[in-house]
Design a protein. Structure first.
Length: 502
């Protein structure tokens, strides 16, 4: 990744935060932290490293609290959540359960600990900008929420540190055994844990059993290759008129859904990730990128998929509706569709007979064993978690709070009895037993999933991938679309950080 590009993004975040704070303060002078960050950025205090990627600090791990035994300790939690507003579930949980329960537990250990909650309900980019500003100036909450896709960016700016550098005891937490390595990876960078996941999701294939029955396809369909998917789609096309055989998000109108639900799951099925943390290179015009584009071309130029859905402003919503109406045979999506769209109770497009009409299966690699890590099946996940501030004055207590928030009892309190996929295997086993799809995601999908690259430039790379997928179903050759994507990628990250060719 080009070090001359990423810190620029952090600097921009700092400048944005400084402007926001100045405008909101009612004063001509920014707050001390905003002034410090703005001055540092203006003076070149956050200049890029001359190395390909700035590495996380290797300074000694922070020592346990310097407060005398029994002395008062105050900790702060920051989250983009407000009771009665944005992310109400989290804000209510923090206020009504986490803070009083943790303070009580600390008191039982003879520690005088007070926790405050700093909740906001702003746009994610504004929250991110404030977070960058606080960390740059050496301030901020002791424990804070962070989207997993921000981890790499903040780590390379040295704003966050691996947990075991802040407190070595973090490595011995018994909770790690209940969080699968694949889920831990969402809050990790270059193999080091920077936080604890607070939940995730997974992508897989849905299929309409009614459509499959009419096509003569099995109700327990389980494809083991891309060709199996294409063959099933062709069978539906031949035998079930009026039904779109296959929907896999493509094009720019679908936005990030194209990348997360379609392109990246296909790409990891070829054996590579979009960004390789070891080589610090992005996939450019490679055989694997061309394989994905060829798949899109096969789907959308042979009548197996409907290109008009991909071009529609609300194409994803349209695909949900058509699936619920038994007008789409196979659809690549996340567990959100099961929970929030086709849910018979309260879904956007409820399917009263969801339990009998809908099938689900893993996304196969291109061929058996060709996926990342030699996998037969693949997925892509998202989600966020919570991170320790490396500037905390009380690392032992801050880690106690972070690990308490991720304990089994705390996570159970957060779910409040509602089925939802959490970061913990023991909690999932307890609360998902009545929901077959969420159990499937928790036990089958998450152990093999991968995540999007956590860099500021990623959204632009994602847009370039979306465009390439659209170009091939609009008639451009796979070779030309991949070449154009490669040129865009080089402009974004630099030629030294792009792998292309065989």
């Amino acid at each position: 990744m080009n070090a001359n590009r990423r810190p620029t993004r952090i600097t921009a975040l700092l400048a944005t935060a400084a402007l926001v704070l100045t405008a909101c303060s009612g004063s001509s002078s920014p707050s001390p932290s905003a002034a410090a960050a703005s001055a540092a950025a203006s003076a070149g205090g956050n200049q890029p490293s001359s190395s390909p990627a700035a590495q996380p600090s290797s300074s000694p791990a922070a020592q346990p609290s310097s407060s005398p035994a029994g002395a008062p300790v105050t900790l702060t939690i920051a989250a983009n959540a407000v009771v009665g507003g944005k992310s109400d579930q989290e804000a209510t949980w923090l206020t009504n359960y986490v803070i009083p329960a943790f303070e009580k537990e600390m008191a039982a250990q003879g520690k005088n600990v007070t926790v405050t909650f700093n909740g906001t309900g702003v746009a994610d980019e504004q929250y991110k900008a404030q977070l960058a500003l606080d960390l740059k100036s050496g301030s901020g909450a002791d424990v804070f929420d962070m989207d997993g896709i921000w981890i790499g960016e903040f780590a390379q700016a040295n704003y966050i540190k691996p947990l075991n550098q802040i407190l070595p005891a973090a490595d011995t937490w018994d909770g790690w055994s209940q969080i699968s390595p694949a889920v831990q990876a969402n809050m990790s960078y270059q193999g080091q844990r920077y936080g604890i996941s607070s939940g995730t999701d997974g992508r897989f294939l849905y299929f309409n059993k009614d459509v499959f029955a009419k096509a003569g396809l099995p109700a327990d369909w389980a494809p083991t290759s891309w060709q199996d998917i294409l063959t099933a789609a062709q069978t539906i096309k031949d035998k079930v008129p009026g039904v779109t055989p296959l929907q896999i998000d493509a094009g720019t109108a679908m936005g990030e859904a194209t990348t997360a639900q379609g392109f990246l799951p296909l790409l990891v099925g070829t054996g590579v990730k979009l960004y390789d943390e070891t080589t610090q290179k992005w996939q450019g015009n490679t055989p694997q990128i061309q394989d994905v584009l060829n798949f899109y071309k096969q789907v959308y130029t042979t009548g197996l998929g409907d290109p008009q859905i991909q071009l529609a402003a609300k194409g994803r919503d349209q695909s949900f509706l058509e699936f619920s109406q038994l007008k789409i045979g196979i659809l690549a999506e996340g567990d959100y569709m099961w929970r929030g769209v086709i849910n018979p109770t309260g879904g956007v497009n409820p399917m009263p007979n969801r339990a009998t009409e809908v099938g689900w299966t893993l996304i196969p690699a291109k061929t058996p064993g060709s996926g990342v890590n030699g996998q037969n099946f693949v997925s892509i996940s998202g989600g966020g978690g919570r991170v320790l501030n490396p500037n905390t004055k009380n690392p032992a207590e801050a880690w106690a709070l972070l690990s308490f928030m991720a304990s089994k009892d705390s996570v159970l309190q957060y779910t409040n009895g509602q089925p939802q996929i959490t970061q913990r295997n023991d909690v999932n086993a307890q609360i998902l037993s009545s929901d077959p799809v969420l159990t499937f995601v928790a036990t089958k999908v998450l152990p093999l999933t991968a995540y999007r690259p956590g860099f500021a430039v990623y959204p632009q790379v994602s847009q370039a991938l979306q465009l390439a997928s659209q170009q091939v179903f609009n008639g451009k050759s796979v070779s030309d679309a991949a070449t154009e994507y490669n040129a865009t990628l080089v402009k974004l990250v630099g030629a030294d950080h792009v792998v292309s060719g065989g």
